[in-house]
Structure formats: C-alpha cells, structure tokens
Design a protein around this ligand. Sequence first.
Ligand code: SF4
Length: 396
Amino acid sequence: MICDRMGANQAPRDDSSDKISPDMSETDQIHEEFTGVPGRYWHALEDGRIQCDLCPRLCKLNEGQRGLCFVRARTDDQIVLTTYGRSSGYCIDPIEKKPLNHFLPGTPVLSFGTAGCNLTCKFCQNWDISKSREFDRLTDAAMPEDIAKAAVAHGCRSVAFTYNDPVIFLEYAIDVAAACREVGVRTVAVTAGYICEEPRKEFFRAMDAANVDLKGFTERFYRELSNATLSNVLDTLMFIRHETECWMEITNLIIPGENDDPGELAEMSRWIFDNLGPDVPVHFSAFHPDWKMMDTPATPHETLAKARQIAHDAGLNHVYIGNAHDKGRQSTYCPNCAMRTIGRDWYELSEWRVVPFGNDGAACPGCGTRIPGVFDARPGTWGRKRQPVRLADIPT
Ligand code: SF4
C-alpha cells in the first residue's frame, strides 16, 4: 500500500530541540494517522512504545507519532515508511555531480530524492528537500520498475538516491536497486552513513556505489552541528570498504571556522589512509551560507587547495576539490608516475588516458598502475548538463 494521505494536523517541528535519541513521547507531536509500506528494523518496547532501529536516533514512538526523520511513523502498531514511491522530482545529472569521479566517468545518472532527513545539520545545503514537511512537493510518483525503465529509456547507466538521505527510505531504495539490477542499471547512494549495524548490511550490499559525507572529524562537530555521532559514520565507512562490493568515495564539506583546522584535516586523512587505504577518493567541497548558518562565510578556494595538499601528504592518492573550476585539482593522476589520466574541469571530462584493466577497471597507459574504481572502456559523453525529467512521459 502506498502512502496517499498525510495527517491533517501536520505540524512543523523545531529542529533545535532534537536529541540524538529522542523520546518522542516528550515532544508535542500531534496524533496522526498514516499510510505507507511496512517498515523494517523496529521492535516493541515493554512500555508500549515502538523503537525504530534503522538509525542511531532509535526514535521511540507512541501510536500516531513520526520519527525525527519525519517520514517513518507508527501506525497500527508498526512502523511505516510514508514516502515509498514518492519523489520530489527527477533529474539527469553528470555522475561527477554526486560526486563520484571513479565510477563510470562521464555518464548520466538519473537522480531523485524524497523528503525528510535523519540528521539536523545546521549547514544543510539541501534544506528545502531534507527539511521539507510539505509532502505536496512529492509530486512525482513511481514504482521501482518505473524508475529502472526510465533510466534505460534515458540512457542512464545508474540511478542515484540523492538530495536527501536514502537511509530513511531504505525499503524503497533497496527495491529500486533490485529493479535496476534486473535491467543492468547500477545504483548510487549519496548519504551521511548514519545508520544502525543490521540495516547497514542490507542497505549497502544492495548499492553499487556510495558517496558518504564525512562531515567533520570530531565528535564535537557532529554533536553541535548535526546532532549525531562521528563514530557511527566511521563504522559505516569501514563496513562499506571492507565488507561490501559497493564502490565508495568520501565528501567532506569544509566550513570555515568549524572543520577547516589543518590538524583536524590531517587527522581525518590519516584515519582514512590507515583504515580505508590510500585509494578511496576524497572530495573537499565548498560551503555556501545556507539554512541556519547564513552568517558563516563561503569556503575560500585556498582552503580547499590546502585541504587537498594535506590529504595528499597523508598518503591519499585521489583527492579532489569540488564546486570550482580547477582542472589541476579535479583531474585524476596515476599514483605511480603522476600522468594525468583523466582530465576533469568541474563536471566536464577532457583527457581520457586510461586503458582497460580486468572486467571494469582502468590502468595508467604509461606504467600500468591500476586506477581504482569502476570504468567503462570509453568515457561517457554526458558532459555537465542537468536535465529535469518526468517519469510520466516515459512510454509504457
Ligand atoms: S530512521 Fe527516522 S524514525 Fe528511525 S530512528 Fe532514525 S530518525 Fe528515528
């Protein structure tokens, strides 16, 4: 059953009161009735509440209450996902926009999001979707098979769950991933990786690639700016890297005065090198004043360049800067002979100097060193275009 009606008394909540593990009975939520698909990962508590076990917030819900993410709710003594099959719209993006630089470079990816989020980042750069309580925005409805079919019809090599965190719509994302695999389309999760151990296994084993947002490298940062915990995200990174086939890249949004300390960046880079290895690509991207941090300045380009150098010095082989024109720092280089193997300027490819390696790998043509990732024999030609699409327009 698909959600088709939201409660009439939907009330916006104040994110500033969120706790990492909120006791929803303490909030002033209004009792609502929900429709949706049955959710996984929850259990009944002795006091009559139901605990959602999907993410570390472990929301404890009475009948008629929503979790902090706003899209999972308790109704008829179970947790339901209220956004299954609903989207805020679809767009074909360059895969480099996710960002993924080592996953089918140059190809188009069919991207969509739903609504809600399980983090409460004060610096959210997608707040109009992730903080949305307006479910009227979810105008584009599609079953998993429709999305897979649309990806094929538009020549997309992959489908991305993005714009808001797919962890909170796990059941839908996993069904879409299965439908895509049936037709040879891959799936990409753009996520903060804030998820409990058991659902983490099911979720990332269903994905072909992930870009995980490592927001900072102190528990203080996660607690004060995202109301979350760093340790859980590090566990997710370790799990994806060592226990799945999912290709992973990391993004770190650098916020002036909050997580741009060179010592912290060096510590984060060393942790990645020691725990994930030198070949996980890392993207440093620029903050722009948004949401609840309008008074914080945008990240200077020099800060991104410095962060990249720090990560290189720590031994990481593939470090990029985002949201800028800087071909020198956005291209891919052979970690052995330093040849520029894939030229890149923002989302646009230029040089393509790699040779096939194994099934879907690539190598430097000069010295034969493997370039880690998932590659076609030839680059895609999508360029930097963004193309909104309506799934209803796909012929049946
Ligand atoms: S997924 Fe949503 S309802 Fe479940 S614990 Fe996390 S925030 Fe709460």
